[in-house]
Design a protein around this ligand. Structure first.
Ligand code: SF4
Length: 334
C-alpha cells in the first residue's frame, strides 16, 4: 500500500512545496495537500490555537486538522536557517510541537530540523535522514534529493517570471498548463509581505486578484533578486533576525529608493511579532520618501471583504490621480 504524506497548504508550502513533493514522489510516497484556506479551515484552526496566535499559524492548525485522517505522516520540518544569517520565525520552529499537543489523533510528524549553521551539507543531511525512514537505498535518496533541488530551481524561476505559487505549481505538475496572459496595466505596485499571507486568497480576501482587476501589475518579494536586497543591507546597522522580515524590509527599501513602482502595499497579519518591528521600519522609511505612495494593511481572522476592497480602491484611485497629475505637469513644462 502506498504511504501517504501530508503537507499543509500553509507557511513553507508557498516556498518549498515543489521540492518536498518531488522528493517524496521519487521515494514512491503519495503527497496529499490540504485544500485552499476556507472559512471552515480557518475556524477549525481558531478553535485549536491560542487566541493570541497570528492568523497564518491559526490557519496552519486548520490545515492539519483537515488532512490528519487522510495521511500516514505529516511533513512539518523545523526550517530554522537556510542562508547562514537569518532565521525563520520561532512560531515556524514550534509548529510540530504545537500540532502534537493541540490536535487529537495527529499522525506521526516528520519534524527534521534544517539549520545550515550547524553542519556542512545540512540540507542534504536532513533530507537523507528523512529518506532513510522510507528506504535503505542511499542512491534512491540521493537521486530524489537532486531531482527535488532541480524542481525547486524551476519553481523559483517561474516565480521570478511573475507567476504566483499556485500557478507555478500547476505549471510544474503539468507542462501543458496554459499560463494566463498578463493584462495591460496602468499601475505597478510592490505588494510586500510573507508569502503564506500574501498568496492566501481567503485570509487576504483575494487582494491580489482584486488589484489585478483594478489594472495593477504586481511585484512581490519572490520577484526581487537577492542582489537588490543585498545592496540594502547597509541601510540598517545589522540584518534583521527573521528571514522573511529581512526580505520584506529590504525589498521595500529598494522600491522606496529606486521608485520603480507606482506604490507600495505592505500586508501584515494581526498578532505577528516580527511585523511589529517591520511596520515601524517601513513607516520611518516612507516618511523619507513622501513621493512614494505607501499603505499597510493588517489582516485578521475577521477581515471583511468590503473594508479591504474599499481601502484598495481608494489607494489605487489616489495613485492613479497622482500619476496623471505628474504626467500632465511634465507635459506642460516640456
Ligand atoms: S512571522 Fe509573523 S505571521 Fe509569520 S509565523 Fe511568525 S508571527 Fe506568524
Amino acid at each position: 500500500m502506498t504511504i501517504k504524506i501530508g503537507i499543509p497548504r500553509a507557511t513553507f508550502y508557498y516556498e518549498y512545496f515543489p521540492m518536498a513533493q518531488t522528493f517524496f514522489n521519487e521515494l514512491g510516497l503519495q503527497v496529499i495537500t490540504s485544500a485552499k484556506t476556507s472559512r471552515e479551515i480557518l475556524n477549525a484552526g481558531i478553535q485549536k490555537a491560542h487566541a493570541d496566535t497570528c492568523v497564518p499559524v491559526k490557519a496552519f492548525y486548520g490545515h492539519v486538522e483537515s488532512i490528519k485522517n487522510k495521511v500516514d505522516f505529516l511533513f512539518i520540518p523545523r526550517i530554522t536557517c537556510l542562508n547562514g544569517q537569518t532565521v525563520y520565525c520561532p512560531k515556524f520552529l514550534g509548529l510540530p510541537d504545537m500540532m502534537r499537543h493541540a490536535i487529537d489523533d495527529v499522525p506521526e510528524i516528520i519534524d527534521t530540523c534544517i539549520d545550515v549553521r550547524t553542519t556542512r551539507f545540512a540540507v542534504w543531511k536532513a533530507f537523507y535522514s528523512i529518506g532513510r525512514r522510507f528506504t535503505n537505498d542511499k542512491f534512491k535518496i540521493l537521486k530524489a534529493y537532486i531531482k527535488s533541488l532541480y524542481a525547486l530551481k524551476k519553481y523559483k524561476n517561474l516565480l521570478m517570471q511573475g507567476l504566483f505559487p499556485e500557478e507555478a505549481i500547476k505549471k510544474l505538475n503539468n507542462p501543458n498548463y496554459n499560463i494566463q496572459k498578463k493584462q495591460d496595466s496602468t499601475l505597478h505596485f510592490a505588494v510586500l509581505g510573507y508569502p503564506y499571507t500574501v498568496y492566501d486568497e481567503f485570509t487576504t480576501v483575494d487582494l491580489l486578484s482584486r488589484l489585478k482587476k483594478l489594472g495593477v501589475q504586481i511585484t512581490t518579494i519572490e520577484q526581487v533578486p537577492y542582489s537588490w536586497i543585498k545592496r540594502q543591507h547597509k541601510k540598517l546597522p545589522k540584518r534583521m533576525f527573521w528571514t522573511y522580515s529581512d526580505a520584506v524590509v529590504k525589498s521595500a527599501f529598494h522600491f522606496f529608493e529606486h521608485k520603480s513602482v507606482d506604490g507600495i502595499i505592505h500586508i501584515t497579519t494581526f498578532a505577528c511579532g516580527p511585523d511589529s518591528m517591520v511596520i515601524d521600519y517601513l513607516k520611518f522609511e516612507s516618511q523619507n520618501h513622501p513621493d512614494m505612495p505607501f499603505m499597510s494593511i493588517t489582516i485578521d481572522e475577521h477581515s471583511g471583504e468590503a473594508g479591504i476592497h474599499t481601502r484598495l480602491e481608494a489607494f489605487v484611485d489616489m495613485v492613479k490621480r497622482k500619476k496623471m497629475l505628474k504626467m500632465n505637469t511634465s507635459e506642460v513644462y516640456s
